[in-house]
Design a protein around this ligand. Sequence first.
Ligand SMILES: [Zn+2]
Length: 87
Amino acid sequence: MSNRLPPEMLRRLRNEIPITLVIAEFLKLPTKVSEGNFRFLCPLCTEFITATNPKTNLGRCFLCEKNFNPIDMVMVVKQIRMHYKTT
Ligand SMILES: [Zn+2]
């Protein structure tokens, strides 16, 4: 299997899969809902100072000042997990 996803698939992944589903079901990151916001444990700083925006389909960490779309999120978490496995 090729490691590269076809652009059409990437576009669909980016736009059609809710960021909350990617975080909770696919990556199984710790999550919580507070003040009506779906929050996730930021894979970079491991803080819950985050929010998700269903309109833009982005997750944001206010501490890292970073936005994650579903693809960014998968890549970041994959890289971190690989790093922990090999060290
Ligand atoms: Zn963060």
